[in-house]
Design a protein around this ligand. Structure first.
Ligand code: HEM
Length: 324
């Protein structure tokens, strides 16, 4: 994991980030939009079918599926592998928890090992048989700037692995939590149905209210002072983004979910490590909410949602809903 983007400092970080290219710029996002809409529609067809028989789980059927299909199709990974990769990412994130216990760390180590095996062989395959996909493109970019092939392959491996890891838990959370919060605030949900152009504001408020990543870690490169506290070189600092989002000094009545708020927030981080995939995550959330508002009015939560007991990476495991 040491070679993944958030772990790097300039100038290495600058080099790696540049090598990714402007992958989610306006034109490529426009192309991805059609496929995200198609997937959303297919997932909601199935969700609707299940709802005909009673409560259906939004997480299993929709919010956990859309991100893995979107990123998997983009990376041109076989769809038969989607469930396996998603399950590995669920376990892998424990390593970034605040106080992981030994069994969680063991689970995380094992999934990191399997992910390494999977993505090392994916990079090898794409090198042998390059195509028109992001991984083959990164191989071309790295070959042009790095004479050592092993270094190039390792860089492409880290990029591909991190794109998947960064895209799954986070996006699934924003999809499920935005929908949950709207179902829990029916007046705002109805208002949004009449004003779908405000969907991006609802997504931002959900990112503030219940950020997918509650904790961002940094290690001090030199002795420094932060808000009056001395931080020594090599000490780790945890930025508690989820808590910052509920700071009454920054947000009036922070405990209130209000889609008219239009908050500035740390949901996608900041500075040189600002989330590279934020536009893709927003696109998925936007397409899904628009389709839900149009196709499925009158849903309600039927049982308390189940949460993964974690601090850093939020995860809603189940969100059972039914027609009212
Ligand atoms: C709602 C969904 C998402 C959230 C909340 C989110 C959040 C974040 C945050 C907080 C960071 C900063 C980490 C740090 O400073 O240590 C980050 C970085 C990053 N994210 Fe996202 N992310 C999301 C979706 C995605 C997607 C869909 C992708 C890719 C397809 C992606 C790719 C990345 C990458 C590559 C970085 C590292 C950037 C760097 O270090 O230069 N993210 N993300």
């Amino acid at each position: 994991m040491g070679g993944t983007l958030p772990m790097l400092n300039p100038p290495h970080h600058t080099r790696v980030r540049r090598s990714v290219g402007n992958v989610f710029h306006r034109n490529s996002l426009a192309e991805m939009k059609a496929s995200v809409e198609r997937t959303t529609s297919r997932l909601l067809d199935r969700f609707e079918e299940e709802l005909a028989y009673g409560p259906a789980d939004f997480c299993t059927l929709v919010s956990e599926e859309l991100p893995v299909i979107t990123i998997g199709e983009w990376l041109q990974i076989p769809s038969a592998d989607f469930a396996f990769l998603r399950s590995l990412t669920h376990d892998q994130v424990y390593t970034q928890e605040l106080f992981p216990n030994p069994s969680q760390l063991a689970l995380s180590d094992e999934s990191t090992r399997q992910l390494r095996e999977y993505f090392t062989s994916l990079v090898k395959e794409r090198r042998e048989k390059p195509g028109r996909d992001p991984v083959s493109e990164w191989i071309r970019v790295w070959d042009a700037q790095e004479p050592d092939r092993e270094v190039a392959d390792e860089a492409v491996y880290s990029l591909t692995l991190f794109m998947l890891l960064a895209a799954l838990e986070t996006t699934a959370h924003v999809l499920s939590s935005t929908f949950r919060l709207l179902l829990e605030h029916p007046r705002q949900l109805n208002w949004l149905r009449i004003h779908p152009e405000q969907i991006p504001d609802a997504i931002d408020e959900a990112l503030r209210y219940d950020a997918p990543i509650h904790m961002i870690s940094r290690v001090a490169s030199e002795d420094t002072e932060l808000a009056g506290v001395t931080v020594r070189k090599n000490e780790m600092v945890q930025l508690m983004a989820g808590a910052a989002h509920h700071d009454p000094a920054h947000y009036a009545s922070p405990e209130v979910f209000d889609i008219r708020r239009r908050p500035a927030h740390l949901g996608f981080g900041g500075g040189i490590h600002f989330c590279l995939g934020n536009t893709l995550a927003r696109l998925e959330a936007d397409c899904l909410l628009a389709a839900l508002l149009e196709r499925l009015p009158g849903l309600r939560i039927t049982a308390a949602p189940l949460w993964e007991p974690r601090v850093a990476f939020r995860r809603l495991i189940t969100l059972p809903v039914a027609r009212a």
